[in-house]
Design a protein around this ligand. Sequence first.
Ligand SMILES: [Zn+2]
Length: 230
Amino acid sequence: MWIVWSLLAGFLISLAYISPYALRMFQERRLRARCRRERALVLTYDDGPGIVLTLKLLDLLAAYNAKATFFLVGKCVINAPESVARLQRDGHELASHSYAHLNAWKTTPWQGVNDVQRGFTTLGQNGIPFKLFRPPYGKITLLTWLATVCRGIGFGWWTKVSGDTYANLPDPQSVVQAVEQDGGGVVLLHDFDGTEERSTFVLELTKRLLDAAKSRGWKVCTQSELLRIQ
Ligand SMILES: [Zn+2]
């Protein structure tokens, strides 16, 4: 009898956790191919908006006339209304990154789905239209996947981690070179207010990536533009 229960448990775990993960891998591979084919660079910033770094980033992006995608955490939206207003005024893409940034694999299934839905609701209540959701830590379950697709929202995966949250920050040029070798990409950065060293790294890497895109003739666009989501 225990064999039946083991098989059933294995099936449910596969359905709830492994199949969404396989879907992510598939979508990320397609995303990487699309960036290379279209010679595109998409700058994405998670876990904000911050109050100081976000505004500095917006000045930098404006100097390059570049648009980026910001994956907003619901509770940060409430705390940083001026940053939200400026993001909207400057015409960047705003998207959801949940409400409280819970890892869907490390919380109960219902808390995970509640965090996703509350993030959507918070953006709606603050007058922020959005088309994409980026799961915190890239973790989705069957329930959070369903909560997203049933609302007609797409997933905003990435192809390159910048390393801007690592304890030992990488050399920004090594990140640029990796993106150049890929022929473009969707780069994951963060715009929450952290240490001065981290903020400097984010600004420097953003600048170097935009310079690389310019010299290589890549287009710089938002993630929805890349995915042609209307
Ligand atoms: Zn995040």
